[in-house]
Design a binder for this molecule. Structure first.
Ligand SMILES: CCCCCCCC/C=C\CCCCCCCC(=O)N[C@@H](CO)[C@H](O)/C=C/CCCCCCCCCCCCC
Ligand SMILES: [Ca+2]
Ligand SMILES: [Zn+2]
Length: 261
């Protein structure tokens, strides 16, 4: 039993050299880059608050859980233990589940689902079953999780096909570009390690951590914006960038022009 907690008990080992910078931390840069989740999550909680207050406070669960994703990711890369791997992957699965439950567009619901509450209960049942199944072949979990990324991409493309809002279209292009860059780093670290070792540059998984958390910030704001236009159109949702709307870089957020109704 203790074996599952022990260092390197996971079958997965990322490209970064182990114990190069500390005898207690297996993958130093992969561990510290996980702390990026702690920086972005509280800012996103703050930025999404006006929208969540108007729509549903349960939306905050997504970014509260992202803090745990960062925590478990840091623990996994520090120990490369089996427990660390499962906590990292299961926390991602549950963030995705909450995201789908609160944001998945009603028009894509299966025909036998009548309302969001029933859809959320279906997501809960499927997530419990998937969580149990994830112990059957743990090495396949990360690939299964990336399939959700592909499904989100597909949903976004269908949603944006008839969108004429230039700010939303720009945000969609930025989210997809960040996700493509992030997933390229993840795949390259996984399958091209010997090449990167020859170049003495084994930090692609750390770069993935940073890019994916920004992609999720952009992607979730876009989904929340489309949701606000559909569910609370009277609040006249708009998109802005923080800290300054005129800057080329920043975090996107929703501004509600009329919260009086
Ligand atoms: C309508 C549905 C809305 C859903 C909202 C989704 C909200 C959050 C989604 C995902 C969180 C991703 C967190 C990534 C954590 C990275 C930790 C990590 O590096 N883990 C690795 C091991 O260290 C592990 O191998 C990674 C596995 C792959 C995870 C893939 C997750 C899917 C990401 C989907 C991102 C969508 C971005 C939107 C772009 C259009
Ligand atoms: Ca390693
Ligand atoms: Zn990682």
């Amino acid at each position: 039993m203790a074996g599952v907690f022990s260092y390197e008990s996971s079958e997965i080992d990322w490209c970064e050299d182990n114990y190069k910078h500390s005898e207690h931390v297996a993958e130093f840069f992969n561990t510290i880059s996980s702390f990026f989740f702690f920086i972005i999550s509280p800012i996103m909680l703050y930025l999404l608050h006006p929208y969540a207050k108007e729509r549903n406070l349960a939306i905050h669960i997504v970014w509260v859980m992202m803090i745990f994703v960062g925590l478990f990711s840091a623990y996994f890369h520090m120990t490369l233990s089996f427990v660390g791997q499962m906590l990292d992957e299961l926390s991602i699965l549950w963030v995705l589940a909450v995201g789908y439950a609160v944001w998945f567009p009603r028009k894509f619901f299966p025909s036998f689902i009548k309302d969001r509450w029933t859809f959320a209960r279906l997501v809960l049942v499927l997530t419990v079953i998937t969580s149990v199944s994830s112990f059957v072949k743990p090495t396949a979990n990360a690939y299964a999780l990336n399939c959700f990324g592909l499904h989100l991409l597909y949903t976004l493309i269908v949603e944006m096909r008839c969108c004429t809002d230039q700010k939303a279209l720009r945000l969609a292009k930025l989210s997809v570009a960040l996700w493509v860059l992030a997933i390229s780093c993840w795949i390259s670290d996984r399958f091209g390690c010997s090449f990167w070792q020859r170049l003495n540059f084994c930090y692609l998984h750390s770069i993935w951590h940073i890019l994916i958390v920004i992609a999720v910030a952009y992607g979730t704001t876009l989904i929340a914006y489309l949701d606000a236009n559909y569910e609370i159109p009277y609040s006249l949702p708009g998109l802005q960038f923080w800290p300054c709307d005129k800057w080329a870089v920043g975090l996107p957020h929703i501004v509600l022009k009329d919260c009086s109704q």
